[in-house]
Design a protein around this ligand. Structure first.
Ligand code: AMP
Length: 363
C-alpha cells in the first residue's frame, strides 16, 4: 500500500469508518457527512448514538474478525473514537486494505500509561516522575523514591478517573494494589498544579500542524465538568503548550486530532498528564468558538484534506450534562447564548455523558 502522504485526498462520496458509536463518533459522523462523506460505524451496541446519524452500523464486537474484514473493505479510511481499540483489530483492518488514522503507534503509546510517559519524556514533553509497578516490592521501592501522597493507576484501560487510588502512606501499599485487582500499574508523583489545561491539535497527512487555543478544565470526581476557552494564559505558557503539541504530533508521525491534558504548575512549567489519540471532550468548545471545529478538523486530517482554521471567534464555556442534568434541556434551549448538543442517548444513567452545552460570549 502507498504511504498515506502519497495518496490523493479522499473525495466526497468516499466512506469513512469509525470504531465506536458514542457521542464522539456521532459528532465525527455529523462533520463527515457535512463534507460529503458516507460514514459506517462499528460498535457492539445496536442503535448507537453515532450509528443513528450514519449511513450504517455494523453491530459486532471490536475484535470480531468477520466484521473487521467487512468494515476494512467497505471503508476507505478508518478512525476511532476511543483509544482502547484492540491493537490486533487495527492490524486486521490494515490487512483488509483500510488506511487507519491515527496509526497503530499512537494507539499503542496512548493505551499504556508507562509507554505514554516514556514516549513523552523522550520527545521533551515533561510529565510527573513515575515508576512501573508489577509487584508490592516495586511499589514499596517507588513510594520511597516518589514520596507520598502518590497516585497508583492501572497502566491500561483507565478513563474518567477510574482505576486510580491515592496512596497517602507506605502502609497503604498492599491495599492499594489489591484495589486495582493486582493489574500492572504505574505510580505517579503528585502534580502540585494550580489548574488543568488542555490543548487540541491536529496534524495533516502532509505534516502540517494546527493548534487550537488552550482550554482550562474543571474536573469533579475524575470527570470533566467544564472547559473555558480560550484560556487566559501568558504568551510563554501558550508557546510552551504549542511546542509540546508539536513535539508529540511529530514524534508519533500522527494524522488526525489529538487531545493533550496538561497540569499548569503556575511557575511557567507545564506537565503532560495524558494524551488522547482522538477528538476530546475538552475540545467541544471549538464547535461554537472556531470556524473549523475539532470534529471537522479530524475528518479533514484523516481524509488528506488541508487543515481548517483554528482561531477562536468567540469565548466559550462548555459544560457537560451528566445523567439527570439532561432534564434541564428545555430551560437551556431557551437561552439565546447557549448552544445545546444532545447525544441521543435513551437512558440517563447517573454520571453518563448525555449532552453538553456551549455558552458563547464575544471575544
Ligand atoms: P487521568 O485519568 O489520568 O486523566 O486523571 C484524572 C484526574 O486526576 C486528572 O484530571 C487530575 O485532576 C487528577 N490527577 C491525575 N494524575 C495526577 C497526578 N499525578 N497528580 C495530581 N493529580 C492527578
Amino acid at each position: 500500500m502507498a504511504a498515506p502522504t502519497e495518496l490523493p485526498p479522499l473525495a466526497p462520496g468516499a466512506t469513512i469508518g469509525i470504531l465506536g458509536g458514542g457521542q464522539l463518533g456521532r459528532m465525527l459522523s455529523q462533520a463527515a457527512s457535512r463534507l460529503g462523506f458516507d460514514v459506517v460505524i462499528l460498535d457492539p451496541e445496536e442503535n448507537s448514538p453515532a450509528g443513528r446519524v450514519s449511513r450504517g452500523q455494523i453491530v459486532a464486537a471490536y475484535d470480531d474478525p468477520t466484521a473487521l474484514n467487512v468494515f476494512g473493505r467497505v471503508c476507505d479510511v478508518v478512525t476511532f473514537e476511543f483509544e482502547n481499540v484492540p491493537a490486533a483489530s487495527v492490524e486486521r483492518l490494515a490487512e483488509a486494505g483500510a488506511l487507519v488514522a491515527p496509526g497503530p503507534v499512537a494507539l499503542a503509546v496512548a493505551q499504556d500509561r508507562v509507554e505514554e510517559k516514556t514516549f513523552l519524556n523522550g520527545v521533551g514533553a515533561p510529565t510527573v516522575a513515575f515508576a512501573a509497578i508489577d509487584s508490592l516490592d516495586d511499589l514499596t521501592a517507588a513510594l520511597q523514591t516518589l514520596g507520598t501522597p502518590a497516585l497508583l493507576k492501572t497502566r491500561r484501560d483507565g478513563y474518567d478517573g477510574k482505576g486510580q487510588v491515592w496512596i497517602k502512606s507506605a502502609k497503604q501499599a498492599a491495599a492499594a494494589l489489591a484495589e486495582l485487582g493486582g493489574r500492572p500499574a504505574i505510580l505517579e508523583a503528585r502534580a502540585d498544579f494550580t489548574r488543568e489545561l488542555s490543548i487540541i491539535a491536529a496534524r495533516g497527512r502532509d505534516g502540517t500542524i494546527a493548534v487550537y487555543p488552550l482550554g482550562q478544565n474543571h474536573h469533579a470526581g475524575g470527570v470533566l465538568r467544564t472547559t473555558q476557552a480560550p484560556a487566559a494564559v501568558d504568551a510563554k505558557t501558550e508557546r510552551r503548550a504549542r511546542a509540546i503539541a508539536t513535539a508529540v504530533l511529530e514524534g508519533l508521525a500522527y494524522v488526525g486530532v489529538i487531545g493533550i491534558e496538561l497540569f499548569d504548575l503556575g511557575d511557567g512549567r507545564l506537565l503532560v498528564n495524558e494524551i488522547a489519540p482522538r477528538v476530546h471532550n475538552t475540545g467541544h468548545w471549538t464547535q461554537d468558538g472556531c470556524v473549523c471545529d475539532q470534529f471537522e478538523q479530524h475528518i479533514r486530517a484523516i481524509a488528506g484534506w488541508p487543515l481548517g482554521p483554528v482561531t477562536a471567534h468567540a469565548r466559550v464555556q462548555m459544560t457537560n450534562l451528566l445523567g439527570a442534568d439532561i432534564d434541564q434541556w428545555t430551560k437551556l434551549a431557551a437561552k439565546p447564548d447557549h448552544r445545546l448538543h444532545l447525544y441521543g442517548k435513551a437512558e440517563a444513567r447517573p454520571g453518563r455523558k448525555m449532552a453538553h452545552v456551549n455558552r458563547i460570549a464575544p471575544l
